[in-house]
Design a protein around this ligand. Structure first.
Ligand code: ZN
Length: 427
């Protein structure tokens, strides 16, 4: 039990330390920004940027503390053994007993997150002029994601429990294949089945821009499934663009908010960046790395799930000796193992983020090469960051642990170096 408590506290401490460090760093640098940047950035927005970061840090602080409190209460109160006893007494197949446990634990986590979602959507995000969501849209979103979670939870959670019960020592290999196949399937289906549940996709209305985008894709020999705009303004004014789907379902989705706030040149340079991710096979490489990691993950889960003291700790040793790792016991075991393995994520994150940041630089270089415009990418990225009130001066440690994209300033510096270099070469 002490191992569990120690792991939870260490993670809590590291997360809190990173967040607080980040805010202190932001305030210090923004008060006296590097002179070469002070001239290029809109410093009048700095107080807003700091206030937005501070508000989110405060919210994160409370939400993290509540999360820790809830998990500790679940572990220390004997709730898990009561829950396992209750579920295993249900007159249903074992797999359904396990699913009942998932449902209860999932409901607790969902309910403890809801207040923070509400405060974020209707408090912080509204106060800073981002959130445009209505209570009706929010409620509909909740209903749709709950339904989606329920369907996927029964399919994947049930599948996992069945494999554990049926396949003995080899369940992890089958589970890995199942989840890997599911991940790839979602890649194909997300743009046509899941995302349209939440947003309306319609062909890009701006004909001129669409022709420019198609010309750009053709120049890159990039097969395009379609160019769509989505009604992101339904929820917030934060803007973005992304590629989604594989093969025939591959499409570009531009937030309507992006279309309102950026020039054609900026949008094209941002899309050229996204095309760069495909051309450089980043999407494929990250999917492959994710599959390898999840294989290691499933094997670790299997090894930990077989340790008897896991169950003795929680007074479900008798049940474990009776049914082995199946049904309710497996479900509780999986919950405990997820706590044991969560610090691993903390160590994998810096590596994964480092790779991802390198990919971002490569995609920027590709964009400058494909869409030959000296300033559009730079001004596009600066405008995107400033309008989203992104933290322009994150602490380097926080960048290492949490940033999948380079901080704006380092990114723009790299872009400028490439532009200068190209200019020299041409001269
Ligand atoms: Zn990118």
């Amino acid at each position: 039990m002490w191992i569990f408590i120690a792991l939870l506290l260490i993670q809590f401490a590291i997360s809190t330390l990173l967040s607080e460090l980040n805010l202190v760093h932001l305030k210090r640098v923004a008060a006296a920004p590097p002179p070469e940047w002070a001239a290029r950035l809109d410093t009048s927005r700095f107080p807003q940027m700091i206030a937005y970061s501070a508000a989110n840090t405060r919210l994160g602080r409370v939400s993290r503390a509540v999360g820790l409190g809830v998990t500790l209460a679940i572990l220390l109160s004997g709730f898990l053994s009561t829950l396992a006893g209750w579920a295993s007494a249900l007159a249903v197949p074992r797999v359904v007993q396990g699913l009942a446990i998932f449902a209860v634990l999932g409901a607790i986590s969902y309910l403890s997150d809801i207040p923070f979602d509400l405060i974020s959507s209707f408090g912080v995000e509204k106060r800073f002029g981002f959130s445009t969501i209505t209570l009706k849209t929010w409620l509909l979103d909740q209903a749709k994601s709950l339904a989606l979670t329920l369907v996927l939870g029964v399919l994947l959670g049930g599948g996992l429990l069945l494999l554990i019960e049926w396949l003995g020592d080899w369940w992890w290999l089958a589970a890995w294949l199942l989840f890997g196949a599911f991940q790839i399937l979602v890649g194909f289906l997300a743009p046509v089945v899941i995302l349209p549940l939440f947003n309306t996709f319609e062909p890009l209305k701006d004909e001129e821009l669409r022709e420019k985008i198609e010309a750009l894709a053709q120049k890159a020999h990039f097969p395009l499934g379609g160019v769509f705009q989505i009604d992101a303004s339904l929820r917030s004014t934060h803007s973005n663009a992304y590629f989604t789907g594989f093969g025939k379902t591959r499409r570009i989705a531009l937030f309507d908010t992006l279309l309102d706030q950026h020039t054609h040149e900026e949008i094209l340079s941002i899309l050229a960046h996204e095309i760069g991710h495909w051309k450089k096979k980043h999407v494929f490489k990250q999917l492959a790395a994710g599959l390898v990691l999840s294989g290691i993950g499933f094997l670790s889960v299997k090894l930990l799930l077989d340790i008897p003291w896991l169950y003795e700790t929680l007074d479900i040793g008798d049940l474990y000796r009776q049914v082995g790792t199946a049904g309710a016991v497996a479900a509780v075991g999986l919950y405990l193992v997820s706590i044991l393995l969560s610090p691993l994520g903390l160590f994998v994150a810096p590596l994964a983020n480092w790779v991802s940041r390198r990919y971002e630089y490569q995609a920027d270089a590709y964009s400058l090469d494909l869409y030959d415009h000296p300033t559009a990418l730079e001004t596009g990225l600066i405008a995107l960051s400033e309008k989203n009130l992104s933290n322009l001066f994150p602490h380097p440690l926080v960048v290492a642990f949490r940033y999948s994209h380079p901080p704006l300033i380092e990114r723009v510096a790299a872009i400028r170096a490439i532009v200068m270099h190209t200019r020299h070469r041409r001269a």
